[in-house]
Design a protein around this ligand. Structure first.
Ligand code: ADP
Ligand code: SF4
Length: 691
């Protein structure tokens, strides 16, 4: 297939200073969870995007000096010449596919912790911004930078830029955003200096200007200089000559950098999930930049639609379509547009599981793309997969995310695949959960897979087919895969936090009951110790219907886990806006006489009761294992039927997130014919080089 001419504009080369990007697809700098410690993993995770057609591929934040370290959160670094080699791996990998490689030089100022280097934090005036994010709360405050510090600060940037050039990078960033480095000089509330670096905007911009000029002079002949700048906070400060200080900063420096990378000052806002923000939500903080510079502008917006991308270019908002999450979900997004295969784009669903991977300090993982992070250690490619034997048949029972991903990947491998699904609709939990408020994009997990499966000649799909163990035996397949999912239980917790069995009654519901249409009489208590989205989503759903709702949880926040995927603040605001009540740090110990009994999670804490009409327990999901267990219990029966392997995958194997289910289905498809020869996983190892 050939490219739709409507999208030609996306494939125009764009000059960035001394280098030229082959197209407008731009992987903006973003954390990968690999840091400096996993160079092979990192190089492979970046390479796959260059291979998939992204014209520019950047590193994540790369510290220029030990006075800026973000441990334990994983950042890469260019502290001395020994650090260059690690970057060469990635640069070479990106260059192999004709893309430009960029490095995001970063000094965190007072916006980091220096927990590893233990050096005193530095900032414009010794002021640190508050952080309520547990991983970012630092007990250390910063000291104001004196003139020598400023000279050092400039020199460190130049030294790191020269190392970046030695590593082969084409684009060198200066990071002036998100409370980092020179950004702290820009903000009046962080900069109280009375010297030439404080006071007027011209003075506050001075350090940023000097660093850009220094780096330009040092490496600007060969490398493009990109300035990454957060606009939203300065947009709120009226300018002297222009609308805001953000306008003034851009017009003051206008054509000094070779590229402007504009963004939010908040990582939480920038990575806002699809539950709260739509594609292109950053436009209000980006759109003013282009008229103030002749240099190219890049920004993000979780763009997965080529039409939305074209609109950004044609309306003069952006020159490059910046992406982190869309490029994680589909590293081959540009190539698919280029080849007229838009239907095959694996669209990001905006769930932010990738964000949680970074906070977990492990290579980011993705709900949609199970190969992300596995490119090097398992040799998994997002588009290619080894062929299988077309005469080998596989039966998959259950078409949730696990079954669908397993079927899609097995179909791609060429096996003879049959899927049996009890319901008429495919998709399992994603079909159900995508009807919850804000989660409609989650249906993309199903749609990407079913779209491809329906084009496969080696794929039979039976809907409305609930299979028994005997049905599986009678099918006489070579391999059977059980993907029958899980269901919510009514189990609650003891006062020391362990499951103690179910709580029964006509007015006690599970999320499955509510999602299947059960009417819960208000006021409703949602007892949530799952701690992810379900409790707050159900509260929202019921509130929309006019029901009074209170969330009771053993945690100290609504949907407590979601601080890991940057949703917790938005969820809390939504609960407040909707008037949803909360009771934190209580176990639910009973439900009698129209009231729930609650007991404080703390020894000696109080006991109280709240009147309610219904109770929804959002806690534990139990695997639907009975089909698998029955088959697994009788190996002779399987052997007689010619079934050489039986596997359980996804929630049926062990309940988890949709990302776990997709990964499990994919892993099964890759290894179904491997027997005992599953290739060992490679692990990165520290070097024993002294010093
Ligand atoms: P996962 O997340 O592991 O994919 P889901 O719960 O989303 O799990 O999907 C499991 C699917 O399996 C559901 O669509 C369910 O209808 C289907 N299913 C469960 N038991 C059977 C069965 N015996 N035969 C066919 N389909 C089944
Ligand atoms: Fe998008 Fe979710 Fe994948 Fe992140 S994990 S890239 S938000 S689909």
């Amino acid at each position: 297939m050939s490219r739709n001419p409507r999208y030609d504009i996306l494939f125009e080369p764009v000059k960035i200073g001394p280098v030229t990007a082959p197209n407008r697809f731009y992987c903006t700098p973003h954390a990968l969870g690999t840091g400096q410690q996993m160079p092979h993993t990192r190089a492979a995770m970046r390479e796959v995007r260059a291979e998939g057609g992204w014209g520019v591929v950047n590193t994540g934040y790369c510290s220029i000096h030990p006075s800026s370290d973000d441990a334990p959160l994983p950042n890469c670094r260019l502290w001395d010449d020994e650090d260059i080699k690690v970057h060469e791996l990635m640069v070479d990998a990106v260059h192999r596919h004709g893309a430009l490689a960029g490095v995001e030089l970063w000094h965190g100022g007072s916006g980091t912790g220096n927990r590893l280097s233990r050096m005193t934090l530095m900032s414009a005036s010794g002021i640190s911004a508050d952080s309520t994010y547990p991983g970012w709360i630092s007990l250390a405050r910063s000291r104001p930078m004196d003139k020598q510090d400023i000279r050092d600060f400039r020199r460190w940037h130049v030294d790191a830029a020269k190392r970046a050039r030695s590593a082969g990078f084409d684009i060198v960033y200066i990071y002036a955003g998100m409370n980092f480095g020179p950004y702290q000089f820009l903000l009046p509330r962080m900069n109280k200096r009375t010297d030439e670096y404080g006071g007027s905007l011209e003075n506050r911009v001075r350090l940023m200007r000097e660093i850009v000029e220094d780096i330009k002079e040092a490496v600007g002949q060969t490398c493009a200089i990109a300035l990454r700048f957060s606009t939203d906070e300065l947009l709120k400060i009226p300018g002297e000559n222009l609308e805001s200080e953000a306008h003034e900063v851009i017009s003051m420096l206008s054509d000094l950098p070779d590229l402007w990378d504009v963004k939010s000052s908040s990582w939480v806002a920038e990575t806002a999930s699809a539950r709260f923000f739509e594609e292109g939500a950053q436009e209000p903080i980006n759109s003013f930049v282009k008229p103030l510079t002749s240099k190219p502008v890049v920004g993000v917006g979780r763009f997965t639609s080529p039409d939305a991308m074209v609109s950004q270019i044609k309306r003069g908002i952006l020159d490059f379509i910046g992406a982190a999450r869309p490029s994680i979900a589909d590293p081959f997004l540009p190539n698919k547009i280029n080849e007229g295969r838009e239907d095959e784009i694996r669209e990001c669903i905006g769930c932010n599981i990738c964000v949680s991977g970074y906070h977990d300090c492990v290579p980011v993982r993705c709900t949609q793309n199970p190969t992300m992070g596995e490119e090097w250690r398992r040799n998994w490619h997002p588009e290619r997969i080894p062929s299988g034997d077309p005469d080998t048949s596989v039966l998959i029972v259950g078409a949730g995310p696990a079954g669908l991903e397993c079927a899609r990947a097995l179909g791609q491998r060429g096996f003879a695949v049959t899927v049996a699904e009890a319901k008429e609709e495919l998709g399992g939990r994603v079909t159900i959960e995508s009807k919850l408020p804000g989660l409609s994009t989650w249906a993309r997990v199903r749609d990407y897979r079913t779209n491809l499966m329906q084009t496969m000649g080696n794929m039979d799909i039976y809907r409305g087919s609930s299979l028994s163990a005997q049905d599986v035996i009678d099918f006489e397949c070579d391999h059977a895969v059980i993907a029958t999912g899980a269901q919510w239980t009514r189990e609650i917790l003891s006062t020391d936090g362990y499951p103690v069995g179910g709580i029964e009654g006509d007015a006690v519901f599970t999320p499955d009951d509510i999602l299947a249409g059960a009417e819960a009489e208000g006021p409703v208590i949602i007892y949530d110790f799952d701690h992810y989205y379900m409790g707050s989503c159900l509260a929202e759903l019921l509130r929309q219907r006019g029901t009074e709702v209170t969330i009771v949880t053993s945690a100290n926040a609504v949907s407590a886990w979601t601080f890991m995927n940057n949703e917790s603040g938005f969820i809390r605001v939504r609960m407040i806006e909707l008037g949803i009540g909360t009771q934190f740090e209580y176990y639910l110990t009973g439900f009698t006489d129209g009231a729930v009994q609650l007991t404080s999670i703390y020894p000696g804490g109080d006991v109280r009761s709240i009147d309610c009409g219904s109770l929804i327990v959002v806690g534990i999901r139990a695997a639907n294992r009975s089909l698998f267990d029955e088959l697994n219990a009788d190996p002779d029966r399987l052997a007689d039927a010619g079934i050489s392997s039986l596997r359980s995958i996804g929630d049926c194997r062990a309940p988890g997130t949709i990302a776990h289910a997709v990964y499990s289905g994919h892993e099964c498809a890759r290894t179904i014919d491997a027997g005992d020869d599953i290739p060992p996983i490679k692990w990165e190892r520290p070097s024993l080089v002294d010093g």
